[in-house]
Design a protein around this ligand. Sequence first.
Ligand code: ACM
Length: 539
Amino acid sequence: MTEVIPAPARLRRDPAGRRTEIGRDTVLRAGPGTEGVARWLRATVGAATGLPFPESGGGACRIELGIESGLPDEGYRLTAGGGTVGLAGGSAAGVFRGAQTLRQLLGPDAFRRAPVRPDRVWEVPEITVEDAPRFRWRGLMLDVARHFMPKEGVLRYLDLMAAHKLNVFHFHLTDDQGWRIEIERYPELAGIASWRPRTKFGHRSSPLWDEKPHGGCYTRDDIREIVAYAAERHITVVPEIDVPGHAQAAVAARPELGNTDAVDTRAVSVWDDWGISPNVLAPTDAALRFCEGVLEEVLELFPSEFVHIGGDECPTDQWRRSATARARARELGLADVDGLRSWFTGHLGRWLTVRGRRPIGWDEILDGALPEGTAVCAWRGHARGAAAARAGHDVVMCPEQHVYLDHRQAPGEDEPVPVGFVRTLEDVYRFEPVPAGLTGEAAGRVLGTQANLWTEVLEDSARVDYQAFPRLAAFAEVAWSTLPAPAERDFAGFERRMAVHYRRLDALGVAYRPPSGPRPWQRRPGVPGRPLPGPPPDR
Ligand code: ACM
């Protein structure tokens, strides 16, 4: 089982094909700083194999974990042979990444939660693996606002990320259709903004609604648990509070924060449709104080360096119709109300910077002045990423043309609610995060890359699985491994390794899209006959 995904930098197998047996008396010794990895191995591989992995004893095989300062931070060296499995990492995170490789080498059944063949022999091929990631930001964004994912599902996704050596969980917690984080000082967010009365069924253009209320909200302790669970897996959780647009749910709970002189915001409810809502926050001091109050609690709960403040897709129609907004734009010397978007996010960016955090936002925030240290999620194309990097900002590349995994994986009417344009497994495998022509210091600004999963039509974990997999495995390889240029990548080789990886995903209970197309229960018609669009231009 040397079909490791993501592909390691170097892997050498014993030419004689020898194997090291792992058994009941196999000792697992954790050097200083690696105790958490040993705990994780006992909890996962221990559960799957039924082996106890004692800390000491005279067994025929030993697994030795240790930190070795000469190795790259998240890098590791795994050697198996002569009765010893040695796993050294540049840090505990490096040892943890190597532990993922070790689990893969044990075979797909190592991904189960209990042994299925109690008498089986467990073996690791005699091997040397030397490995380190290409990018330091290997992210997955999950939108839990359009459809709430109960906490257990989020923890499961953190496990799936860990298995693919991903290390940043971008938690899209708020949007027009729901607010998903309890804020103690504003109980109406959990009370009102986290529930919508009904949900648009299928495409944006669908005439159908599912008439049952939908919602949910993580408590502060849920969030603490998610953050701690992620940290045990060396995953950073970056929270997103999306403002000033995508904020209709907040306006429904706090009508005074909307554009009260343009519309009757008391009539606004949590949105039951898809698209971009016109109900945005007003550019007022009250709205800024509200956001600061939210962020104060967010900072208490999330230790991450970066905090995401959204900034995308904020229509300004209501601001145009609001005397208050127009007066604010005049007072700030702005040419028109459009400039209020980046004024709003710029204010919150400075507020975060003063508190020792780094703001990050969608690439629209580039339209205005940004505090030093602000990073940009380039979603509208490579060109935005290149512009941000050349302007001296760190960039996370997540262009919709390549890594929006909610988009359909094949043409035809069989894809369940086939949104967007076709992005196949091979398309994702051939995605190059660093924009062409970006070199030197500017190229160094690319922190990494992130796949985004928007959930308008992903109503449960099975639908999220279907859209995410197998493409997230290809994405993980793009983010972790140093691959050749897109056209030269060995996709056939990747598919061969995927044949084994599907068995790991089966053991994990992932409802991926099979290579032959959706299983009957995974099909769900969208709107028949809807024309298939192409990807939007790189903007
Ligand atoms: C986005 O897709 N609106 C970031």
